[in-house]
Design a protein around this ligand. Structure first.
Ligand code: NAG
Ligand code: NAG
Ligand code: ZN
Length: 595
């Protein structure tokens, strides 16, 4: 891979950082702000607001303390996140990846590769801080509120796609970057209309409105086309419902045709992806959708590399294309790259699928860092998660007796497929209407071939025969129990998540423990873009703007407002509401309901 990349003869970046140091030294000596600080007063406000004490001390003390002292310490002071001149921002989101996902995956990697316990993942080597994840409506966020914190820098309610709790649109860092002439991109392994990517280029009151999100993302909304490059899944929301097998739209609108009208080049398969020649042959703007819904989990995709590109392949393709397209501009690029399905593996409580998702993310991080090394424009990578999923634990008490301190990665290594794929294969088999004995044999074989489980009990197999509807959870649970991996939920949790960066000095504002909205603040500050101006433009252009829904009724362009009033203010989620007993009312007193 590195060999295929042109060597950049003269590295401008060192010159740029040299200029920066001169500027900063000047500022320190004279007490004047640098040019950057003058043109972006919000930066100062930002720093004060988040109370990044160290930086503030360095900046103000500069006026008083002797220059000599500073010259001796210039290498320890954090650089300003605001170099004069061109810059690129690669924002990476590991959806649903909490700290335990890393412990799980690291141990798995060591086991599988025969590495010592000191061996780290690539991402481990770039840890800089943690993010607190709560939304405005709950201590446990969803991906919509989580990504709104990144895109708008604002807390909102679970389900909000870049709208505030009062249902007004808030401008996003991507939209502001486009207005400032940056090139922009979104790369995901889920539907491109799913909450995380949607929050950068769409505004709707409910994340479920993916049909509307698709239209907005290709430019059918008040700002016009703002995304230069989209790669991922989610084709079904772009195809009219007349395409019966492949569409999941409620209406007959052809959003691929709409995208083409807006100027997009469109591709939808691996062969055409390969023709992009890792980005060298990619013509912007580009919409590339490689799956009807989600790109398969990496654990399954690795058997189908001729059908689906990997996250890493899509990421390096996007970086190359955006870098080339901005080469002669005085503005760089902003791209959001998401390891989308770490979250899904958490929802499925599937540890084997999860470790492969995290490893694929780690490989992507490695490729991004390599790309940055060869990028002539100053570039930073910041990576974080929107929330943890599953309440994952690298421990599980299987009996009432006090547990042994053990956790086994080997059952994860035995699995060749995800529980999702195993369940799908079972449901497909059921269409042949087998007898119970046949089902029993099929499942026993499948467990050995697909999950490497040779000690399945009759109870386990009979449960799969009896309740195929929950086969996915049953398969995942069989792997989890054997590895003694614990899960406390099929949903999200309120855990803090990690922040990583390629450059802790430039990302000094994110060192330590922060609110997720501070990640959003950092993104706009680093790019030096005016998100508030975009908010204003959206609100002016969008006032009274109506669109037709699929029933032909006029509705707000941001769609329906959720009826559930508690979405607006999370105070009612802060006190105990008797859920414990409700659960038994629903499922009966015999239900162990996770207790
Ligand atoms: C397809 O969408 C049209 C509206 O655009 C609607 O009238 C029709 O019922 C839909 N067909 C199906 C099969 O959902
Ligand atoms: C993993 O697979 C091997 C055979 O490939 C088998 O001997 C071993 O028992 C399996 N492990 C588990 C936990 O089932
Ligand atoms: Zn989720």
């Amino acid at each position: 891979m590195p060999g295929s990349r042109p060597l950049l003869a003269s590295r401008a970046s060192s010159d740029t950082s040299g200029d920066r140091d001169v500027l900063e030294e000047h500022a320190l000596l004279t007490g004047e702000r640098t040019q950057r600080a003058e043109t972006a007063p919000r930066t100062w406000k930002f720093w004060r607001e988040i109370g990044l004490f160290v930086w503030a001390v360095v900046a103000t003390a500069a006026v008083i303390i002797l220059a000599v002292v500073y010259q001796n310490h210039t290498d320890t002071k954090p650089s300003r996140p605001h170099p004069a001149g061109k810059r690129n921002l690669i924002f990476m989101v590991s959806d649903g990846m909490g700290p335990t996902s890393l412990s799980l995956t690291r141990s798995f990697m060591q086991f599988q590769n025969g590495k010592p316990f000191s061996e780290q993942l690539v991402i481990d080597q770039h840890l800089i801080g943690q993010s607190r994840t709560r939304s405005s409506s709950s201590l446990i966020t969803d991906s919509a509120a989580g990504a709104t914190a990144f895109s708008c820098g604002k807390k909102s309610y679970n389900g909000a796609i870049s709208v505030t709790p009062d249902h007004e649109p808030c401008g996003t860092v991507l939209e502001a970057a486009k207005r400032a002439n940056y090139m922009t991109g979104l790369v995901v392994t889920t539907r491109i209309t799913d909450a995380t990517p949607a929050c950068f280029a769409a505004h709707v009151n409910m994340r479920q409105e993916e049909d509307r999100i698709a239209e907005q993302m290709v430019g059918d909304y008040p700002l016009g086309r703002v995304v230069d490059l989209m790669l991922g899944g989610g084709r079904c929301h772009f195809l009219p419902n007349s395409s019966v097998l492949n569409s999941c739209r409620a209406d007959n609108r052809d959003v691929v045709a709409l995208a083409k009208q807006k100027g997009y080049n469109y591709i939808d398969n691996r062969d055409d992806f390969d023709k992009l020649r890792k980005g060298a042959g990619l013509k912007l703007p580009m919409l590339g959708l490689f799956a009807d819904t989600d790109v398969p989990y990496e654990i399954d995709r690795r058997h189908e590399t001729d059908v689906y590109p990997s996250l890493k392949e899509m990421a390096v393709t996007a970086l190359k294309a955006l870098s080339e397209a901005s080469r002669n501009s005085d503005k760089g690029y902003f791209v959001m790259i998401e390891g989308s399905r770490i979250d899904h593996a958490g929802h499925h409580n599937d540890p084997a699928a999860q470790v492969h998702e995290v490893l694929a993310y780690d490989e992507t991080i490695a490729a991004v860092l390599e790309f940055i090394k060869n990028e002539e424009t100053e570039t930073i990578m910041v990576s974080t998660s929107d929330h943890e999923t599953g309440g994952l634990a690298t421990a599980r008490q299987l009996h009432t007796t006090y547990p042994e301190y053990v956790w086994y990665p080997s059952p994860l290594a035995n699995a060749s497929f995800s529980a999702e794929r195993m369940a799908l294969r079972y449901l497909q088999y059921l269409t042949s209407e087998p007898t119970n004995d046949q089902k029993h044999n099929f499942i026993a074989d499948e467990l050995q071939d697909g999950l490497g489980i040779f000690d399945a009990t009759d109870d386990e197999i009979n449960n799969l025969v009896k309740t195929p509807a929950t086969a996915l959870y049953q398969y995942a649970d069989m792997v989890s129990r054997r590895s003694q991996t614990g899960w406390s939920s099929h949903g999200h949790s309120g855990a803090d998540v990690n922040i990583y960066s390629s450059n802790p000095k430039v990302a000094a504002a994110l060192v330590g423990n922060h609110e997720n909205t501070e990640v959003g603040e950092f993104l706009r500050t680093y790019l030096d873009v005016d998100v508030d101006a975009v908010t204003k433009e959206l609100r002016e252009q969008g006032t009274n703007l109506k669109v037709l829904n699929h029933e032909g009724e006029e509705v707000s362009w941001m769609g329906k407002i959720p009826e559930d009033g508690e979405r607006l203010d999370g105070q009612n989620h802060l006190t105990y509401g008797g859920d414990f007993r409700k659960r038994h009312l629903l499922h009966g007193p015999a239900c162990d309901c996770g207790l």
